[in-house]
Design a protein around this ligand. Sequence first.
Ligand code: SAM
Ligand code: SF4
Ligand code: F3S
Length: 446
Amino acid sequence: MLKKIFIKTFGCQMNEYDSNRIIDTVKKIGFEKTDNYEDANCYLLNTCHIRDKAKEKVYHEIGRVKKIFRSKKKPIVVVAGCVAQAENQEMLKREPYIDIVIGPQSYHKINQTIQGYIDKKKKQEETEFDTISKFNYLSKIKNKHSKVSSFLTIQEGCDKFCHFCVVPYTRGPEYSRPFDQIINEAKEIIKDGAKEIILLGQNVNAYNYKGGNKEFRLSDLLLELENFKELKRIRYTTSHPKDMTNDLIEIYKVSNKLMPLVHLPVQSGSNKILKLMNRKHTIEEYLKIYKKLKEINSKIEFSSDFIIGYPEENEEDFKYTMELIEKIKFINSYSFIFSPRPGTVAASLELVDAKKSKKRLETIQQKLSQNQIKKNKSLEGKTLNVLVENKMKDGIKLFGRTEYMTSVIFDGNTDNIGKIVQIEITSSNQNSLFGVLKDNYKKKVA
Ligand code: SAM
Ligand code: SF4
Ligand code: F3S
């Protein structure tokens, strides 16, 4: 009998990729994805541990699941992802409603754990860092989640140990997938219709795979992907400034498909804070990367992540962050107040006064959104290349993205999905551009 799995995904794009691969995997033991949680025989939470009360949020979510299934047959409840890794057996002890806890580097064992639970009714916990086995196993299962814009994980884990961050503890040490394994998966998803591939890794530009006597870097992967005729756009995220090596920067000179938006988190504009964070780069080094890329192509834009109110951040440090934003007009940036994470170096440091942090966050977010609004407004009247991804929920409009990832909404024919079309931008807001297909526009004004 066909069983149904419902997956609720939190956190980063890597969790999204993982959830899709879990769906591909559990098919082997008779599970099919459902979007209707009430139908689920298996309810899986793919969790994120990066900020706030991540653990408590999961227990809260489990409470909700309990309520939903109060008068129905209880589904198998699985907690996967980064909270599962950090909390492991503790979760099974604290919440008997949870049946399986599985960490991100153990997904090759997902079928074994679910089947084990079904057969023996015994709670299961898998939180080994076994990344090599995971990808060897997954590479034999077809990726059936090709979309116009598709994610492809090439690297996992992190050895950098920024003092605020849980990732090295939840995803384990840096691991780069074999070059051929990645190219084969890319071939599959391109064959199934992917026009854009977003290469993923917690430290994607630290990609380094030694095969035979050759060493493969992210730049090699980008060059190889460039050769796929059907593939129109390539992106990668998330990068660390320290790994923005010259071979990668040079690719921007030769690539026609690498998009001109560089997401390069800086976290703070103050060298003092960067040092306290153990970021391993200075603002001067960051600006050097910016300058080099701008010299190669002045159209390259940057986006970033910022942590506000890191322990010992004072008004002067914050001013440096604001000055950096003035210098590099970041687009699409993310900013968060520092959240102490258990087990990290910064967890025990004295916090900046909450009111001050909140005020600084408001100031930075206002500045970042002003820049975004201004940027979008400046695009009105211009014609942009847009990769059309899908139809909107209203069933009428189409959705696509510019080269800089900005959402574009317009009227069009579904034949355009998967194509790069020219859109004349007619209006905008902070997050989206609105426009008309170039040909239609000509007809309208004629
Ligand atoms: N590897 C990337 C890098 O080096 O910038 C970041 C990956 S992390 C998953 C995504 C973002 O979460 C970080 O850039 C940082 O801004 C934010 N973040 C991580 N830990 C945080 C914490 N303890 N408090 C607030 N924000 C945090
Ligand atoms: Fe976290 Fe990124 Fe620092 Fe690694 S480099 S510890 S993933 S913020
Ligand atoms: Fe969250 Fe883990 Fe990604 S902590 S941001 S899901 S790597």
